[in-house]
Design a protein around this ligand. Structure first.
Ligand code: NAD
Ligand code: UDP
Ligand code: UDP
Length: 336
């Protein structure tokens, strides 16, 4: 009997590449705030299959409930500090707690997530030939001495402070991305995300926009941390997701700042929330935490030129959209 050698079966990865533009996309941290909005957008394209891995530290299945059981969607409980074997074309690597309360809760775990987690996702990208995007952060600029911050600024970061697990962790993650790119030819993309807000943020997340909106709905007071003149620039989540997808599918590695250049002091933010959501609420000055950056605003020249991207939603238009979601979840309707 003649036995003929069979060609190897196509791996799922080669298979999806064969039917061009069918993409299998991994989103780490996809059960979180930004991740779940990214998943919604990716799932709108019928050619995409989406796999989410998440350990549910700060995310929840609830954020993805409309996709559970969808044939193009898969949700895996997994910690990125452990090895992961899947076959994908794209990796959006978001897994990492983003709120200071949560990333300071177990700082050693935060560093492991940033360093070992990113190393594992790069090892995965190398094995399967996937393109990988890291969601880095404006915190890599620390307490910046240059304002606004361009990508060329190297930052002013305390290496031994209570925020270092997060910001130094992300800096190492960026270094790993570039070393895998130079040493192994991995296709990388790095987004430096500035403060982002929108529906589905954890109500007790601890970040300023979610705190103020929840406080305004519950009747206050709005807790402005001293001195209150520190600034941030807030990007609505749909704009952020748009920027991340453009970066992934474009030709530039980055790092590229993605954020809204509209800059507000925390007192101004509190006044806006008060006016829009509950004019009766009190604004109260409270103690701050160490190493709080005094100012932050992205220079988005690169995003505009290289990605054709800029944010569309102004803070005063985004806040009411978030209010609606928070009222539903808190079960408090508007009086008027
Ligand atoms: P989030 O906390 O809502 O989401 C993070 C997700 O990662 C959660 O679902 C969490 O359970 C998951 N996760 C955490 N550690 C993990 C681990 N070890 N293994 C698997 N999953 C893990 O935060 P977010 O606001 O959606 O932020 C997403 C990404 O964007 C993060 O990488 C964050 O650093 C970055 N970023 C966010 C902001 C912002 O303003 N939201 C600003 C800068 C950077
Ligand atoms: N890795 C992974 N999934 C893969 C391939 C690798 O999680 O599909 C992890 C692996 O556990 C390793 C890391 O990625 O710890 C780095 O992998 P790489 O191949 O670059 O390095 P090495 O295994 O040679 O240390
Ligand atoms: N902040 C505040 N009140 C709060 C929470 C935060 O005034 O209830 C301030 C905080 O001091 C910081 C800014 O808001 O200056 C942004 O803090 P957040 O934790 O949202 O994000 P960060 O940009 O510091 O990561």
């Amino acid at each position: 009997q003649v036995t003929r050698k069979q060609p190897p079966l196509p791996s799922p990865l080669r298979f999806s590449k064969f039917f061009q533009s069918n993409m299998r996309i991994l989103v780490t941290g996809g059960a979180g705030f930004i991740g779940s909005h990214l998943v919604d957008r990716l799932m709108e394209n019928e050619k995409n299959e989406v796999i989410v891995v998440d350990n549910y530290f700060t995310g929840s299945k609830d954020n993805l409930k409309k996709w559970i059981d969808h044939p193009r969607f898969e949700l895996i409980r997994h910690d990125v500090t452990e090895q992961l074997l899947v076959e994908v074309d794209r990796i959006y690597h978001l897994a990492c707690p983003a709120s200071p309360i949560f990333y300071k809760y177990n700082p050693v775990k935060t560093i492991k997530t940033n360093v070992i987690g990113t190393l594992n996702m790069l090892g995965l990208a190398k094995r399967v030939g996937a393109r990988i995007l890291l969601t880095s952060t404006s915190e890599v600029y620390g307490d910046p001495l240059v304002h606004p911050q361009p990508e060329s600024y190297w930052g002013n970061v305390n290496p031994i402070g209570v925020r270092s697990c997060y910001d130094e962790g992300k800096r190492v993650a960026e270094t790993l991305m570039f070393d895998y790119h130079r040493q192994h030819g991995i296709e990388i993309r790095i987004a430096r995300i500035f403060n982002t807000y929108g529906p589905r943020m954890n109500i007790d997340d601890g970040r300023v926009v979610s705190n103020f909106i929840a406080q305004a709905i519950r009747g206050g007071p709005l807790t402005v941390q001293l001195p209150g003149t520190q600034t941030r620039s807030f990007c609505y989540v749909s704009d952020m997701v748009d920027g991340l997808i453009r970066l992934m599918e474009g030709e530039n590695t980055g790092p590229i700042n993605i954020g809204n250049p509209g800059e507000f002091t925390m007192i101004e933010l509190a006044e806006n929330v008060k006016e829009l959501i509950n004019p009766d609420v009190e604004i109260k000055m409270v103690e701050n935490t160490p190493d709080d950056p005094r100012q932050r605003k992205p220079d988005i020249t690169k995003a505009k030129e290289l990605l054709g991207w800029e944010p569309k939603i102004k803070l005063r238009d985004g806040l009411p959209l978030m209010e609606e979601d928070f009222r539903l979840r808190l079960g408090v309707t508007r009086k008027n």
